[in-house]
Structure formats: structure tokens, C-alpha cells
Design a protein around this ligand. Structure first.
Ligand SMILES: Cc1cc2nc3c(=O)[nH]c(=O)nc-3n(C[C@H](O)[C@H](O)[C@H](O)COP(=O)(O)O)c2cc1C
Length: 158
């Protein structure tokens, strides 16, 4: 099983979250972390993962536009090769209160869900609130993330 976690991080919170998620997978799962600013969708499409977790952040009242367009490109490339990713989900880091981030989360998840080369999209998106603008991630949010990813892993094994 191969899992690709993508981030779009500026202050490193997204990367720390990705690393915390990675810890929850068993050692026989190959989990890779990369940033959408550094690794192209072409590169990821070369060796298609079984699952993708697409991270991003809410900035200037926009829900991860860079991650979304990266994903749309990945979908296009996969269409050409005919290769599919079995499972997909994502996360958004944000500074606003969790309830205010839910609308962004819903839209982001539905973007993942409309990608034709991702076969199954998880029913829920992970949100993680950071303190102030630069973080760090609020400790309870880190705990929530661990619970979330355990549920995600269970779902992929059903
Ligand atoms: C220019 C800028 C605009 C931001 N606008 C918002 C916003 O509209 N809503 C929000 O919840 N957080 C906002 N934030 C906070 C980011 O969500 C936060 O910096 C980010 O989630 C941290 O993740 P990172 O360390 O991976 O970059 C903004 C941050 C920056 C730098």
C-alpha cells in the first residue's frame, strides 16, 4: 500500500500535520509527503499511490486554490494513462474557528470527489486550526487529526 500526502505549507504547520498523520500508518505502508509547490503531478502519476491525502490551507478567504489546481492537473494526467487512485481525502489548516472553516471543507472535499480518477472519496475532510496566523496547530486539533486518520485507515481496509 502506498499513500501520498500532499501539502501546501508556508509556515510548516501543514508539514507537521502530514508527519503526524504518517505516524498512524503501519510500518508496511509506504507513506510519502511532498509539497504541491515542489513536486509536480506528473511525478506522482509516474508511480500511482493507492491513496492520496491532499493538504492545503485557507488563506485570504480561499480554500487551497493551489492544491485544487494541482489535483485537477493530476486527474488530467491520470486520465491519459488510465491509472486510478483508489482512495482520496484531504485536510485544510486554518486560523478561523472550526465552524467557520466547514463551508471551505465541504467545497474542498467535493472537489476531490469530482476527480474521475479517484475512485472513492472519504466522507469527511480533516480541518486543523492553527493559533494566530502562523500556528502552531492547536494541540486538541492534533489529537482530532490522529483520530480522523485512524478512521480513514479503517475505511480503506473495509
Ligand atoms: C496571507 C494569509 C492569509 C490568511 N487568510 C486566512 C483566512 O482567510 N482564513 C483562515 O482561517 N486563515 C487564514 N490564514 C491562516 C492560514 O490558514 C495559516 O497560516 C495556515 O493554515 C498555516 O499553515 P501552513 O503553516 O502550512 O502554511 C492566512 C494566512 C496568511 C499567510
Amino acid at each position: 500500500m502506498k499513500v501520498q500526502i500532499m501539502t501546501d505549507t508556508r509556515f510548516g504547520n501543514g508539514k507537521l500535520l502530514a508527519e503526524a498523520l504518517k505516524q498512524e500508518f503501519s510500518s508496511d505502508v509506504d507513506v510519502n509527503i511532498a509539497d504541491v509547490k515542489e513536486v509536480s503531478p506528473e511525478k506522482i502519476a509516474e508511480d500511482v499511490p493507492n491513496a492520496i491525502i491532499l493538504g492545503g490551507a485557507i488563506r485570504a478567504f480561499r480554500g487551497a486554490p493551489k492544491s485544487k489546481s494541482w489535483l485537477a492537473n493530476l486527474d488530467k494526467i491520470l486520465k491519459k494513462s488510465g491509472k486510478k487512485i483508489q482512495f482520496g481525502t484531504g485536510f485544510l489548516t486554518h486560523a478561523m474557528p472550526t465552524e467557520k472553516a466547514q463551508g471551505y471543507a465541504k467545497k474542498y472535499l467535493s472537489k476531490i470527489d469530482t476527480m474521475s480518477m479517484i475512485e472513492n472519496t472519504y466522507s469527511e475532510l480533516l480541518t486543523a486550526q492553527v493559533k494566530d496566523i502562523k500556528g502552531p496547530i492547536i494541540p486538541e486539533e492534533m489529537e482530532k487529526a490522529k483520530g480522523y486518520i485512524k478512521e480513514f485507515i479503517n475505511w480503506t481496509q473495509k
